[in-house]
Design a protein around this ligand. Sequence first.
Ligand code: 18C
Length: 247
Amino acid sequence: TVHTRDQIELPPPAIDNRLTVHPLWPEIDRISTEQIQAAFEGVGGEIGWQLFAEEGDMRMYRREVEVDGMVMDPLKAMHKVRGVSAREMCHYFFNPRYRYEWETTLEQMTIVEEISSDALVFHQTFKRIWPASQRDALFWSHVRASSENTFAVTNHSTTNTEYPANSSACIRLFVTVCLACRSTYPAGEQPTRDNITTSIAYCSTVNPGGWAPAGVLRAVYKREYPKFLKRFTGYVVDQCKDKPLAI
Ligand code: 18C
């Protein structure tokens, strides 16, 4: 078979060997496993999850959590998208080539380390929100095939001596994000763009890293998360529509 450049870079079906010999591997494996499992657990059984945004198949829940007066509300979002696979969703979320096209909070992205085909370390600066200081983040990002028709990307803050925290005008924030996707199609049929549906679970916890006014922060949160998930999923549908389905 002929592979286009795009197909070659799709998330691999198994963990890249280069990742399993990297010093970050035990942490990446543990946190990814935990995050993927938690992503697929519903919000129904747990207390404290409140629905704050709903549009079509998209539902967003948050839990109000403050630690020493700092807002760290965990977010959990559910969505269903037709016509794209879990693997395609994760490809566009993981691959830095597309990030500026869908990530609207981003000011600058730098690839700090290429660990393997399925793991990268990023430094990102975000747009400044008045009256707070600008934020940056340093995090590893790992994409993996999980169970049947399931792929996930996990992002988690890390450290690097060449990118020390709070050394510039930026305050370092800390993030744990998981985008977990599972595709379904009718039993006995071959998957196509017309019969495939992907369920998405997106979980995010952002520790702002330093003082930020709670009211402003919660308002940003409420506006930016729905905007992100709608824009990102719309972007993937649009990118995929004239390409062969990649399962
Ligand atoms: O998951 C997402 N993106 C990934 C790839 O970039 C990656 C990124 C994670 C970082 C998320 C933190 C973003 C903070 C942005 C702060 C500035 C926003 C400015 C916007 C103004 C136009 O995993 C998608 C991420 C979608 C992010 C939605 C916004 C979440 C806001 C959370 C509060 C952040 C606190 C920062 C302090 C701000 C002071 C008021």
